[in-house]
Design a protein around this ligand. Structure first.
Ligand SMILES: Nc1ncnc2c1ncn2[C@@H]1O[C@H](COP(=O)(O)OP(=O)(O)O)[C@@H](O)[C@H]1O
Ligand SMILES: [Mg+2]
Length: 501
């Protein structure tokens, strides 16, 4: 089988399903990556804020310790409390020194300066207390306390501000997260839709056109998109259809050869009659040579001429049947065609069986005579094959006004046709067809006969031909009481009668 498309791996392009899917996938991955990077950045900011908040809280706690030991000192006048107080003051001063820029960013340069000045002033006051007389301590307390309170207030304010900052950062982070999730979802939905438009839609279209094709495989499939994969599937499919068509033609050919085989003995038989008539006439003529009865001689010669023509016509129709040629519809007078066909296949019928024709002389159909003859050969042969000794085959035809398809399994383009048609019935009183196989008898290769006795193509070919004519075929059967095949064909245009040969 010739390669339909180049099988080398192609560079990713937007003219391929793979390209489109990869693009969509990459876009989604990029969106997720960007969003993740963004959130990592935001988390780091938040982390830094929490560290700052911790520092502000530490500073605030230290100032509270300073005040605690200050109060203890004024209450109990213990040197140890004052020592702890100054240790915490030194700690707070160290914190302020080491994290100057952080605190400045947090509370502003001015407020930080203010805190540092107050703390320094407070430290000086507390240092002065060391030299003071313990009895004066109570008197000095009101000078120290406001400074201490101011330091705690500023530190508390700073810690509070930072806490609020963290809260608002968290709040905006939440809003952002929600927004990003929403827009990501939206983007993914949009990309998904675009992908499904570009990827799933052509596939779906392809599916439905393939389904439509399976009903009529003579057409070719047209690619629903320009994607490489779709194009190559379409090309492969069309190639397959061509191949199928080619093989089917060859099957039909061999089917016809089988029919020809059946007909040959009939033809020989048919030829025998005119030939023996000719021979008899010749003998009489020979015996009477020299007689003066010219009228009688003329009669015998005429008979010879007629019988020769009859023999010729038989040979011609056999040749016609065997020759392959294009479908050609013409007005075919039905009765002579059926009569001749019956004559050809009759040899196979047992002597006691009867074939009866009930066809008006003037009934014609628009058909290809050769193919129509094939239909009758196949149907009559099938009927004969099942007949018992009292077999009976009846071929009848009449004009009908079609309004719905014939009852039974009906197949073919013309089954929905409403109006005047020719209805042909081929009925037998053979064994009939079991209901479970009835729907399958028109399938190619379906046969109930032994190997070597049937290819299972006869009815398939019949269906093909009827369908080709725009007709309809149906079968009705009661097992044990025979089968009836009903064919409806378009009427011939009345002004082009041309008898079957
Ligand atoms: N007139 C009939 N009576 C009973 N069975 C029939 C008749 N015509 C067809 N069949 C059934 O349909 C099958 C398919 O017929 P056909 O397509 O002509 O293939 P084949 O004759 O090679 O088996 C036959 O095997 C037979 O079972
Ligand atoms: Mg058959």
């Amino acid at each position: 089988m010739p390669s339909v498309q180049d099988a080398r791996p192609h560079a990713l392009s937007l003219h391929s399903l793979r390209g489109k899917i990869t693009l969509g996938y990459t876009a989604v991955a990029a969106i997720i990556l960007v969003a993740s990077l963004f959130f990592v950045g935001e988390l780091r900011t938040l982390e830094a804020r929490v560290v700052l908040g911790q520092r502000a809280t530490d500073l605030f706690n230290t100032t509270l310790e300073i005040r605690r030991f200050e109060r203890n000192y004024f209450l109990h006048h213990q040197a140890a409390d004052r020592a702890e107080n100054s240790r915490y003051i030194a700690l707070a001063q160290k914190m302020l020194r080491e994290n100057r820029s952080d605190f400045a960013a947090m509370a502003g340069q001015q407020r930080l300066q203010q805190l540092r000045e107050r703390l320094d002033a407070y430290a000086r006051q507390m240092a002065a207390l060391a030299q003071a007389d313990p009895r004066q301590l109570d008197a000095m307390e009101p000078q120290v306390r406001p400074l201490g309170q101011a330091v705690v207030a500023i530190a508390e304010d700073m810690a509070g501000t930072e806490r609020r900052q963290i809260q608002s950062t968290l709040a905006s982070f939440r809003t952002l997260l929600l927004g990003v999730i929403l827009s990501m979802t939206l983007l993914i939905v949009v990309i998904g839709r675009a992908l499904s438009q570009r990827v799933v839609k052509p596939l779906k279209e392809m599916e439905s056109s393939v389904a439509a094709l399976s009903a009529n495989y003579r057409e070719t499939l047209s690619a629903p998109s320009n994607d490489r994969e779709i194009l190559s599937i379409t090309a492969a499919f069309n190639h397959m259809l061509q191949e199928l068509d080619r093989r089917q033609k060859s099957l039909m050919r061999s089917e016809r050869m089988v029919s020809l085989g059946t007909m040959l003995s009939g033809v020989a038989h048919e030829l025998n009659n005119p030939l023996s008539n000719i021979s008899t006439s010749c003998q009489i003529l020979l015996e009477e040579v020299g007689d003066s009865d010219t009228a009688a001689q003329q009669r015998y010669l005429q008979q010879i001429d007629q019988q020769t023509e009859r023999a010729r016509s038989i040979v011609r129709s056999l040749l016609d049947f065997s020759r392959e040629r294009a479908f050609r519809k013409e007005a075919v007078v039905l009765r002579p065609l059926v009569a001749q066909t019956v004559g050809f296949v009759r040899c196979e019928i047992s002597a006691k069986s009867v074939v009866q024709l009930d066809i008006p002389d003037d009934l014609s159909v628009a058909a290809d005579a050769q193919r129509l003859q094939q239909v009758f050969v196949n149907l009559i042969r099938n009927a004969m094959e099942g007949l018992g000794p009292q077999g009976r085959i009846e071929v009848s035809a009449q004009r009908v006004q079609a309004s719905e398809p014939p009852a039974g399994t009906a197949l073919g383009q013309g089954c929905g046709f409403k109006g005047a048609m020719v209805e042909i019935r081929v009925a037998d009183n053979g064994p009939g067809i079991a209901p479970d196989i009835l729907p399958r008898i028109f399938d190619p290769f379906f046969t109930t006969k032994d190997v070597g006795h049937g290819m299972g193509l006869g009815l398939f070919v019949v269906y093909e031909i009827v369908d080709e004519h725009g007709g309809c075929i149906a079968v009705q059967s009661t097992p044990g009481q025979g089968a009836t095949f009903i064919i409806r064909l378009p009427l011939a245009a009345a002004d082009t009668p041309k008898g079957a040969r």
